[in-house]
Write a protein that binds this ligand. Structure first.
Ligand code: NAD
Length: 494
């Protein structure tokens, strides 16, 4: 039985867990609807799996671990060479599935799958960069460091990148010898089933990757399970804190990436066309549902000419064509209420995306791209993560005032500056309180081999989730000291 098959009345049958290489019924007492955000239709149902399902997945992973971890890394990555090719070969279908369950437009779905292929390419290079260290530390005595998998690990993922975020962790963690339990977002559970199928086709042994669908109770069972050694989490800060605390309390290593409020500082000398296009793309791409989306523009000094261009670009955008819906009706209502509150408090709505209806898709969860000027740092919309296609503009007299507002945010995922001055660019790069900083780049996502990870309340734990920074998280090092020198007088300090 595959994860996705045609069946009435929903387009896809109920989603199943994936354990030991098979799609199996969950023991869940409850299911949630999976909705296509573009038209509000129910396309499947997802089980809210229990601790028993987590137990089964852990058993399968434990069983697969000795064989997989014992395989040389050069052999393990062969699966990922084949998987990368399969991602590329199936990109149209995988992107369409992302669009169907998440709502983002097809070109964004494709970009997401291409990024999954890039992440997999990095995993294929791991044998070249994880070679251990060795040194003769005294006469005839050698120290060496070797990396070992952590063991059975879990990856808990959010709704906004159904294909890419699982691929932040699956290729690296598994290529490094771990066996994994994936807990996808219950809002977008379909893409993960296809990922499992493609990995199976690529030759991944049964039990190395297992998928348990569900929500809060499933995540809590993962945090509490004694058979799971490490957890990566990507999602909101509220839940990142819960998972970091609960997993750490149970003595697991945890890396938990949280939400964001990303500031773009636009200087008066910024190149107007490039800046306006980049700022709009950053706030509106994936309907603003990216943890790297800019949501605050710090307009420093005379920047009206740039704002006017932004208004004209945003007015030309057509929801349903250039911008997809947000994930749910609740998200649409939440986003629109932030706009209304800011307007009531005196902010000026330059382009209003509220109450947007796409002809023929009246039940879709659309919010049009929205620009709001003269927002003050005290307003809720300036402080909290809105997670929609909304850009607030805060006026600042100079770069220090702009940085001051950025520093007041509890988050610290990304920040960027738009300027033609090298000195100003360097100053912002050094002084922004964020883990990923851009100059004239609205979405400063580090590409492989550089790691992805923010600061402050955007990340809890040590290391990054991708790139070189993830190697430390997904492995434990063993330090070995050996002496084959027969001289009795020579010891390890000689
Ligand atoms: P979310 O925190 O609601 O859900 C993430 C995961 O946690 C899901 O798998 C969900 O089932 C589970 N979960 C939800 N509530 C829980 C609870 N009370 N206890 C235990 N588990 C729970 O996040 P989301 O709405 O799916 O995704 C959007 C959020 O993710 C945004 O805040 C966004 O900024 C963030 N995000 C961050 C990054 C990053 O790299 N920092 C990347 C992508 C998304």
């Amino acid at each position: 039985m595959t994860a996705i098959e045609q069946s009435a009345p929903a387009k896809y049958p109920d989603v199943r867990n994936y354990i030991a290489g098979n799609f199996v019924e969950s023991s869940a007492a409850e299911h949630l609807d999976v909705t296509n955000p573009a038209d509000g239709s129910v396309i499947s149902r997802v089980p809210l799996s229990s601790g028993t399902d987590v137990d089964r997945a852990v058993e399968a992973a434990k069983k697969a671990l000795p064989g997989w971890a014992g395989m040389p890394i050069k052999e393990r990555v062969q699966v990922f060479f084949r998987y990368k090719t399969l991602l590329e070969k199936n990109i149209e279908e995988l992107a369409a599935l992302v669009t169907e369950e998440n709502g983002k437009i097809l070109s964004e779905g494709k970009a997401e799958v291409l990024k999954s292929a890039e992440l997999t390419e990095f995993a294929c290079s791991l044998p070249q960069i994880t070679a251990g260290e060795v040194l003769e530390v005294s006469r005839g005595v050698e120290c060496r460091v070797e990396r070992y998998p952590v063991g059975v690990v879990a990856s808990i993922t959010p709704f906004n990148f159904p294909n890419m975020v699982p691929n932040w962790t699956i290729p690296n963690a598994i290529a490094l010898g771990n066996c994994m339990i994936l807990k996808p977002s219950e809002q977008v559970p379909l893409s993960s089933g296809r990922i499992a199928e493609l990995l199976r086709e690529a030759g991944l042994p049964d039990g190395v990757l297992n998928i348990v669908h569900g929500g809060q109770a499933t995540v809590e069972a993962i945090c509490d399970h004694p058979g799971i050694e490490g957890i990566s989490f990507v999602g909101s800060t509220k839940v990142a804190k819960i998972v970091f605390r609960r997993g750490s309390m149970n003595y697991k290593r945890v890396l938990a990436l949280g939400g964001a409020k990303n500031h773009l500082i636009v200087m008066p000398d910024a190149e107007p066309e490039m800046t306006s296009g980049n700022v709009v793309a950053s706030m509106s791409g994936c309907a603003g549902q990216r943890c790297m989306a800019a949501s605050v523009m710090m307009a420093v000094g005379k920047t009206d000419h740039i704002i006017e261009r932004m208004v004209s670009i945003v007015r030309g955008m057509v929801p349903g064509t250039h911008i997809g819906p947000v994930i749910s009706r609740a998200a649409k209502e939440r986003i629109e209420s932030y706009i209304t509150e800011a307007e009531t408090m005196g902010a000026k709505v330059l382009v209003d995306g509220r109450n947007y209806r796409v002809p023929g898709k009246e039940n879709g969860f659309y919010v049009g791209p929205t620009l709001i000027d003269h927002v003050t740092p005290e307003m809720r919309i300036a402080q909290e993560e809105v997670f929609g296609p909304v850009m607030v503009i805060i006026r600042a007299k100079d770069v220090d005032e702009a940085l001051h507002v950025q520093h007041r945010s509890p988050y610290g995922n990304a920040a960027a500056v738009f300027t033609e001055s090298g000195g100003t660019a360097r100053y912002v790069m050094e002084n922004a309180s964020a883990g990923m900083v851009g100059v004239n780049v609205g979405v400063p996502v580090p590409r492989e081999p550089f790691g992805f990870g923010g600061w402050n309340e955007s990340k809890f734990g040590v290391g990054d989730i991708t790139g070189r920074g993830s190697i430390e998280f997904w492995t434990k090092s063993k330090k070995m000291t050996t002496k084959w020198n027969k001289e009795a007088g020579v010891n390890w300090m000689s």
